[in-house]
Design a protein around this ligand. Structure first.
Ligand code: NAI
Length: 302
C-alpha cells in the first residue's frame, strides 16, 4: 500500500495511542511533540508518552518488542525527518490557528505524494486547509480515530471534492487492512457523524440525570447499554475522551450549523461542564471528571 513510514505529531491521549497502534501493525512511526519549557530532555513529552504506552491500563497499548518501531522526538529539531514519511498524522491541540501553523511547516518539508491528515474531532476540513497550497490540500484529509485507538474500530475519513482520490483510497485501504479499522467515509459536515450523535448523548444524559436525581453510576447503568457503550457509559466515555474537548466541539458545531438546525440548541456548553473544566476536572487526564480516579489513573466505579 506504499505506506512504509508514518509520523504522528502530538503525543497526547490520541497521538500516542495512534502511534502505538501503527507500530503494532509493524510500521515505523515518528512520534513528535513540542519542546516543554525548561526541560533538559527536548523530547520529554514523546518519551513520557512512549513509556506510558507500555504500561497503559488495563493492558499495555503496545507490545514491548514494537517500542523499537516508535522514534520519539520534537517538532523543532526533527522537522526534516518528516521528508521521507508517507503519511503524517496531526493529533495536536484542537485549535485551528495552531494546527494551520503546523501545516505550513509540513507543506514545506513533506515529499510530493505524502498524505497529511488531521485527527480533529470538530474542525471542518475546509477551515483546516483554507489558504494552504492546492497540492497540500489535495493530499489532506481528516482521519478521525476514536479513543482508545487500539480498541475502537471506527475510523471516520472526511474528504472533499478537492481531495485526491488515490490518496483517499491508499489511506482507506491501509486503515482497513493494516490497522483493522472499520472505515466510514464522511462528508465535511459539522461534527461529522459520531460526534454529532455524541453531543446529543451527553447533553441529554446530563439533563436527565439532574432532573431525575441520579448519580453518574446510576445514569450510566441505565443509558450505557441502549446507547451501545455498556462498558464506560456516557459519563465514563466523556471522562476518557476529555471534558475539555466538549466546548471545542460544541463551538465548532454552533459555528457551522445552519441557523434553523435543531442541533444548535444541544451545541451549547452547559454551566456544569464549564465549571468542571475551570476547576481542572477534565476527566482521566485531569483531576478526574464525572468519576473519581484510581491511584493508577483509571476510573473509580464508586
Ligand atoms: P492532548 O491534549 O491529550 O494532546 C495534544 C498534544 O499536542 C499535547 O501533547 C501537546 O503538547 C501537543 N502539541 C500542541 N501543540 C503542538 C504543536 N504545535 N506541535 C506538536 N505538538 C503539539 O489532546 P488529544 O485529546 O490527544 O487530542 C488531539 C487531537 O485529537 C485533537 O484534535 C482532538 O480534537 C482529537 N481527538 C481527541 C479525542 C479524544 O478522545 N481525546 C478523540 C478523537 C479526536
Amino acid at each position: 500500500m506504499n505506506i512504509h513510514k508514518v509520523a504522528v505529531i502530538g503525543a497526547g491521549v490520541m497521538g500516542a495511542g495512534i502511534a502505538a497502534h501503527i507500530a503494532n501493525a509493524g510500521i515505523p512511526v515518528l512520534l513528535l511533540d513540542i519542546v516543554p519549557e525548561g526541560a533538559t530532555d527536548r523530547s520529554q513529552i514523546a518519551n513520557t508518552a512512549l513509556a506510558k504506552l507500555l504500561k497503559a491500563d488495563p493492558a499495555p497499548f503496545m507490545h514491548k518488542k514494537n517500542a523499537r518501531l516508535v522514534t520519539p522526538g520534537n517538532i523543532e529539531d526533527d522537522l526534516p525527518q518528516l521528508a521521507d514519511c508517507d503519511w503524517i498524522i496531526e493529533a495536536i491541540v484542537e485549535r485551528l490557528a495552531i494546527k494551520q501553523d503546523l501545516y505550513r511547516k509540513l507543506a514545506a518539508v513533506r515529499k510530493a505524494d505524502a498524505i497529511i491528515s488531521s485527527n480533529t474531532s470538530s474542525i471542518p476540513l475546509h477551515e483546516l486547509v483554507a489558504g494552504l497550497p492546492e497540492d497540500f490540500a489535495a493530499h489532506f484529509m481528516i482521519t478521525h480515530f476514536f479513543n482508545p485507538p487500539r480498541y475502537m474500530r471506527l475510523l471516520e475519513i472526511v474528504t472533499s471534492e478537492q481531495t485526491d482520490q488515490d490518496a483517499v483510497e491508499k489511506i482507506s485501504q491501509f486503515c482497513d487492512f493494516k490497522l483493522g479499522k472499520g472505515v466510514v467515509p464522511c462528508k465535511d459536515t459539522p461534527g461529522f457523524i459520531a460526534n454529532r450523535i455524541g453531543i446529543f448523548w451527553i447533553q441529554t444524559a446530563i439533563q436527565e440525570a439532574i432532573d431525575m436525581g441520579l448519580t453518574v453510576e446510576e445514569a450510566d447503568a441505565v443509558v450505557g447499554r441502549p446507547m451501545g457503550i455498556p462498558k464506560t457509559g456516557v459519563f465514563g466515555l466523556s471522562d476518557l475522551v476529555g471534558i475539555d474537548l466538549m466546548p471545542h466541539l460544541m463551538r465548532s458545531m454552533n459555528r457551522s450549523l445552519p441557523t434553523d438546525d435543531p442541533l444548535r440548541e444541544k451545541a451549547t456548553i452547559p454551566p456544569l461542564i464549564q465549571n468542571m473544566i475551570d476547576t481542572g476536572y477534565t476527566g482521566r487526564k485531569g483531576k478526574g471528571g464525572f468519576y473519581r480516579l484510581n491511584r493508577d489513573g483509571g476510573q473509580k466505579s464508586k
